[in-house]
Design a protein around this ligand. Structure first.
Ligand code: UFG
Length: 332
């Protein structure tokens, strides 16, 4: 099966590309490298020993996407391409709606033209909003607190309607919790441009000396130590979840939603301690005020993915911290 990965040079896309190739799938990448580096492709090739067809293309550009479908015989799409910064989306909502919706709609139009029926989407636990009790189950009501999250919710709706209108279409919506870690080779991982918004890349940059100290956003949440609790998942486990989702989609028409998390919650201070212990590096931190929009706790109910996809995260927090540092320490 040949799979098109839009945004395949990004953090989750590149790990999924490696996993697909190692399980015998063919992968084609389309990426405009707006938030990733070109040498990610060579690194994925080095890990897998396989050549990867990569197109430098904006997937909102219909002509570009059509020409990829015309050249390659695409059987399925995993759609990662999209902007992903919560604070940036609050400042630039129109840019977020335009990009995230246009890319999705364009890919869907081209898929229709070429008769491609399998679509796996990178959604996010952000669609559970700030009102649901943990753990989050896929049937809970959705809501969002920022434009980035709303683009994910809108796209989920577009895809649900698309699957309902075409009985042969198969859509899987994957709601990621908090992906961290890196490939065990240390060749690919997360390398955000500018100041990291997310916890683990920030900690990794404090460890490497690039940043002075971690700013912990609030210690007055309704959690055991007062800092925010999240469900962190190793990116390699997440990548395996995509392959399971693809296998499922290839056999079942319709639209299904799956949480991809571990089901375990860790606080910000748990993560700091685990990183220090795994890597023997002190992470200085200061307590700052809460960040707007942050919730007490986000944690997945992972039983649906286990039951239907036969998928379960295998790596623990120690692996996540060690692999993050194994990658970060080599970044110049
Ligand atoms: N945090 C800090 N300091 C930092 C960064 C984060 O204390 O420098 C805290 C946050 O307050 C939160 C926790 O660390 O309690 C995790 O924050 P992240 O920014 O790493 O992750 P979020 O849970 O806020 O957001 C992530 C993704 C979003 C997605 C959301 C859905 O980044 O894309 O999960 O649950 F929408």
């Amino acid at each position: 099966m040949k799979v098109l990965l839009t945004g395949g040079a990004g953090f989750i896309g590149s790990h999924t590309c490696v996993e697909l190739l190692s399980q015998g799938y063919d992968a084609v990448i389309a990426d405009n490298f707006c938030n990733s580096e070109r040498d990610v492709i060579t690194r994925c090739e080095k890990i897998t020993g396989k050549k990867i067809a990569c197109y430098d293309a904006d997937v909102a550009d219909k002509e570009a996407v059509s020409s990829i479908f015309a050249k390659e015989k695409i059987d399925a799409v995993i759609h990662f391409a999209g902007y992903k910064s919560v604070p940036e989306s609050v400042k630039l909502p129109v840019m977020y709606y335009r990009n995230n919706l246009d890319t999705t709609l364009t890919v869907l139009e081209v898929m229709k033209e070429f008769g491609v029926k399998i679509f796996v989407f990178s959604s996010s636990a952000t669609v559970y909003g700030d009102k649901n009790p943990v753990p989050f189950t896929e049937d809970m009501p959705t809501s969002t607190t920022n434009p980035y999250g709303t683009t994910k919710l809108f796209i989920e709706k577009i895809l649900t309607d698309t699957a309902a209108a075409d009985g042969e279409m198969s859509v899987v919506l994957l709601r990621y919790f908090n992906p961290i870690g890196a490939h065990k080779s240390g060749l690919i991982g997360e390398n955000p441009k500018g100041i990291p918004n997310n916890l683990m890349p920030y900690i990794a940059q404090v460890a490497s000396g690039k940043r002075e100290m971690l700013h912990v956003y609030g210690n007055d949440f309704n959690t055991p130590d007062g800092t925010g609790v999240r469900d962190y998942i190793h990116v390699e486990d997440l990548a395996k979840g995509h392959v399971k989702a693809l296998e499922y989609a290839a056999k079942n028409a319709g639209c299904e939603i799956f949480n991809l998390g571990t089901g375990i919650g860790y606080s910000v201070l748990d993560i700091v301690k685990a990183f220090e212990k795994a890597n023997g590096i002190k992470i200085p931190y200061v307590i700052d005020p809460r960040r707007p929009g942050d919730i007490d706790e986000s944690r997945a109910d992972v039983s649906k993915a286990a039951k239907i996809l036969g998928w379960k995260a295998e790596k623990n927090l120690d692996d996540m911290c060690a692999d993050t540092w194994n990658w970060q320490k080599n970044i110049k």
